[in-house]
Every structure is written in C-alpha cells, then in structure tokens.
Unconditional design. Structure first.
Length: 268
C-alpha cells in the first residue's frame, strides 16, 4: 500500500483556490492513500463565528468533498483531509476520508485547540476504523495528538494506519507521534501545513515537517519546514498488526486494564 502526505500552504478563505492547488499538486499521483492538512480548504485562523459559518460546509453537499471525491475516483486515490463542517447549526473541525471507490467517512475533532473552542463544537463520535485497500485507517485531527488515548483507542479498534491532518504550532507533535506509533505499533501519517497566517492582530506560524512513521518509530518520509511537498512511500500495513515487542511481551495482552481505572475519573 502506498501512503503519503501533501504538505500545503492554504490561503485563508480561498476554498476554491485551495482545492484547485491541492488537485494540481496531486495530478500525477495514483494508487495511494494521501493525507492533507487540517482545514486545508479554508485556512485556520478564524476571527469570528460568522467567518466559520461562511466557509463551513455540510459534508453531503460540500464543494470540497465533491471535488476530492472526483479526484479520488479518477486517480485511484484515498484522500484524508480537514474541512470546517456545518451540521445541525453547529460547526465541527472535521477530517474526511474519501476512497477510490467513492465512499465518504468523517471524524469530528474531539480535542479542540485554543481559539477553536470559540467557534467549533468538539466531536463526541466513536474513533472508527475504515478498511481501505490493505489498510485499516483511523483518523485523528491535530491536537488530538496531545491525548494519547485517541491513538490508543484507534489501535485497539484495529487501525494499523493513523491518518492525522494537522495545523501544528507547538514544537512537540512530530516527536510525540513517533511515540504514538511505537506505543501502539501503528503507522502514522501527520500532514502539516506551512507558512504564517496573519489575520488582524492574530498570527500563527505552522511548523511543517509532515511525516510518515512506521510501527517502530522510524520516520519513513519527512517534509521540510517551509516548502510544500508531496511524499509517498510503500508500506505493508499488516506489519502493524503484530503487537509483539519481545518474545515475552505483547503490547495489547500485557495491558493492565484493571490498574487503569483512575483514567475514568475526573481530576481533582
Ligand atoms: C491544532 O490543533 N490545530 C494545533
């Protein structure tokens, strides 16, 4: 199975332009699963709920999802990408998976970062896993990385490839995702964006360095800090189904679930 990331620099508010740019960068790609950044079509730094409302789309009637679905079917791609979703008068920071067969799945980001809490509703859905080609794909979005439970639940649910659309601004995620891959024995693909987004008094610089990590924590491909890039590698997703760590250790069988009950308690 070929998997990769498309590291981009979206332009705030320019949905059609951003989708066109992504399509153009993907134009020679075929037979692969490619992850794009969080909110790749809208940009990240919303200033008001009105702006979110103007740019958010319902998954069913979404221009972005429709265009990406066409590309996926025409070029035999599975595409994972972030959009602002409008549903029942609420807004979600959502990751979409469109498959080469025309299926569409979505995951609403559970752990909202900073000012996202002003505009978006946190997702409460299950951490679903989707069988795509040889892989079992789980999705998480950006700051979900800070909560190791997300990758763990995806792995327990059977994911062997975690797709992670991101707009990273903190310096630790890329290292942390190597750990998420090791501690769950899964492949992870983090697709980050680059550039500085300035909106009035607000400004954020995104860290690039998108990466593909194998179940032993090795980085198979990495993007630069400032340039857009598309990188694809071949993996065997089944490598992630072997949870053996040593002849005497199995990652899942060795869990001490009875000792983890405090995880269910609220702090304080
Ligand atoms: C983030 O969750 N976009 C930092």
């Amino acid at each position: 199975m070929n998997v990769g990331f498309l590291q981009l620099k979206p332009k705030f508010g320019a949905v059609k332009e951003n989708v066109r740019a992504a399509k153009s960068l993907l134009k020679n790609m075929t037979d692969a699963t490619v992850v794009l950044p969080e909110l790749f079509n809208t940009g990240y730094l919303f200033r008001s709920k009105d702006e979110v409302e103007r740019l958010a789309e319902s998954v069913k009637s979404s221009y972005t999802v429709g265009e990406m679905k066409k590309v996926a079917q025409q070029q035999k791609l599975n595409l994972v990408f972030g959009i602002a979703e409008k549903k029942s008068r609420k807004f979600y920071n959502t990751s979409i998976l469109v498959t080469s067969k025309g299926k569409v799945f979505s995951y609403q980001k559970a752990h909202l970062f900073d000012r996202e809490k002003l505009f978006f509703t946190a997702g409460t859905g299950a951490f679903a896993v989707h069988s795509v080609d040889d892989g079992k794909i789980g999705m998480m979005v950006c700051f979900d990385w800070f909560f190791p439970e997300v990758a763990r639940i995806l792995a327990l649910n059977g994911a062997n490839v975690i797709c992670h659309p991101s707009n990273l601004v903190l310096p630790w995620c890329q290292d942390a995702m190597r750990t998420r891959s090791v501690e769950n024995r899964v492949f992870s693909i983090t697709a980050n964006r680059i550039g500085t987004e300035k909106r009035g008094n607000l400004s954020l610089t995104f860290t690039g360095h998108s990466q593909i990590v194998d179940p032993k924590g090795e980085v198979l491909a990495k993007g630069g800090e400032r340039s857009e890039s598309l990188k694809v590698v071949e993996i065997n997703p089944a490598d992630a189904d072997d949870k053996t760590v040593t002849p005497n250790n199995d990652l899942f069988k060795d869990r001490k679930v009875a000792l983890y009950k405090p995880l269910l308690r609220k702090p304080g």
